[in-house]
Design a protein around this ligand. Structure first.
Ligand code: URA
Ligand code: SF4
Length: 463
């Protein structure tokens, strides 16, 4: 059998007819099957048919003179030296969701069996997921603003493939400010298709994150003596508005980070000497914040370069450090809340249990008068003690009820006054309360990422 005959035969194997596996079959006009050569190096996956597709039975249907997602897709392919005959095009669900709503999870699950077959037979090395819904099939519940245009290397259905999320072309139709991002995504599709871009691998590199306590630690920190580039980040503790310095972290070499505690004055002075040299470039992410903290520590860099401003100037990039590190370094950085919240949860529970178990004549709220059906009645408000008991029970039963939020937001200041007089104010945990290894890792990753991003963003800006 020659290639094209075999391809035709495989195509018939993938054609779905008369399917009633999910409720979408009731409202559809036609099942929209995938189109394209089989096998094919690249698969474009939309979320589901729209009205033109539902009438024609063709995915990303294109009709001259009509503006449509299909027309946008055709143009974007052509602009990047591709065309529809070279690519396989399909959708996560094959029947149109009424009113173009997102397909429901059960509809996606029902149709997934067909998608699995498609991936197996079409066997693409690159899967371009168009929009959030289709991206979620491979990458889970991710933020499109972070993952778009990043080719993700990974094991998908038993084979190494690249999943490349792109903004939906229809987005560019509705929202002019999105056009840049959509076209930049499709330029990446072109580069990946022509093997000009390597996918980002999210396997973490071995990192060297250490604390610097002595002068010899500092001299041994990789790059500190010789590098003219130093990335610096700071961490603060205590009341959120006070920004009491806790440590700085620095990085002068890839995949390294070093922590200096804010009260290690000798080392802080040596770091200051380095950044006071106008030949040394100090890299920070959001310098406006960190410069103020550094000033409190007695550090005054003279030559500052800000990666957040660089990202802003590039226009197509998110400005958060974690998003940038994900996109350009393949780093999945932990969020501050992931590191600290478990400690706040435990501290809050202990605080409230101490209060509940403390033998003390807490004052009771005064009863008040209400009129019910013309009669006066006295009502006794519930005491804080009993409300707290109920909240703690709720938390221990479901394990997720947020006691800290309840205590700090829902309970009146006056009601808490007595408790705070005895136990002090309950405040959120910070890095100083976290197990040291986890705090070190969290704090160093920011300096490490900032250092590496400097080179990438600088090159992009110069292009
Ligand atoms: N949008 C999609 O997600 N798929 C199509 O086929 C058409 C528009
Ligand atoms: Fe069948 Fe998929 Fe259509 Fe649902 S969407 S009826 S599973 S073809």
């Amino acid at each position: 059998m020659n290639g094209s005959k075999r391809s035709k035969q495989l195509m018939t194997e993938l054609i779905v007819e008369n399917c009633t596996k999910c409720a979408l079959h009731r409202t559809r006009n036609r099942i929209v099957n995938g189109v394209g050569p089989i096998p094919c190096r690249i698969l474009f996956l939309g979320e589901g048919p729209g009205s033109g597709e539902d009438k024609s039975g063709i995915p990303f249907y294109y009709k001259q003179w009509h503006s449509s997602a299909g027309k946008e897709l055709n143009q974007l392919l052509q602009q990047n030296r591709m065309n529809r005959d070279m690519v396989y095009i399909d959708n996560v669900v094959k029947c149109r969701p009424p009113g173009n709503r997102d397909p429901l999870p059960e509809e996606m699950r029902a149709c997934f069996e067909y998608l699995r077959n498609t991936v197996e037979l079409v066997d693409p090395t690159v899967i371009v997921t168009i929009g959030k819904v289709s991206t979620s099939v491979f990458l889970g519940d991710v933020n499109m603003d972070i993952v778009h245009g990043v080719p993700h290397a990974g094991l998908f259905q038993g084979k190494f493939r690249t999943v490349l999320p792109v903004y939906h072309p229809a987005y560019g139709l509705k929202n002019a400010s999105m056009i840049n991002k959509v076209s930049s995504d499709f330029r990446t599709v072109g580069r990946v298709f022509r093997n000009q871009t390597k996918p980002v691998s999210f396997d973490s590199k071995q990192k060297k994150y250490e604390i610097v306590e002595t002068c010899s630690d500092l001299l041994n920190a990789e790059g500190f003596v010789e590098s003219s580039i130093i990335a610096i980040d700071t961490e603060t503790v205590g009341d959120k508005d006070l920004h009491k310095p806790w440590c700085l972290t620095f990085s002068c070499a890839d995949a390294t980070g070093y922590m200096v505690k804010a009260d290690n004055y000798k080392i802080i002075e040596l770091v200051n000497m380095k950044v006071q040299d106008p030949n040394i470039k100090t890299i920070m992410h959001n310098a406006l914040f960190d410069l103020a903290v550094l000033e409190n520590m007695g550090i005054f860099p003279v030559n500052v370069w800000d990666t957040m401003i660089a990202a802003y100037l590039l226009q197509t990039e998110p400005q958060g450090l974690k998003g940038l590190a994900y996109r350009h370094l393949g780093l999945k950085m932990s969020e501050y809340s992931e590191v600290v919240t478990p400690y706040t949860v435990e501290k809050t529970l202990n605080y409230l249990l101490d209060y509940l178990n403390f033998d003390y004549p807490w004052s009771k709220p005064d009863p008040y008068e209400v009129i019910v059906k013309g009669e006066r009645k006295m009502k006794k408000p519930r005491s804080l003690h009993s409300k707290t008991m109920q909240a703690v029970k709720k938390h221990t039963n479901d394990g997720v009820y947020d006691l800290f939020k309840w205590w700090s937001k829902n309970v009146d200041k006056e009601e808490k006054f007595e408790v705070e007089a005895v136990f002090g104010e309950l405040v959120e945990s910070d890095l100083s309360e976290v197990e040291f290894g986890a705090a070190l890792n969290y704090a160093c990753q920011d300096a490490d990422a900032t250092y590496q991003l400097y080179y990438i963003l600088k090159e992009r800006l110069e292009q």
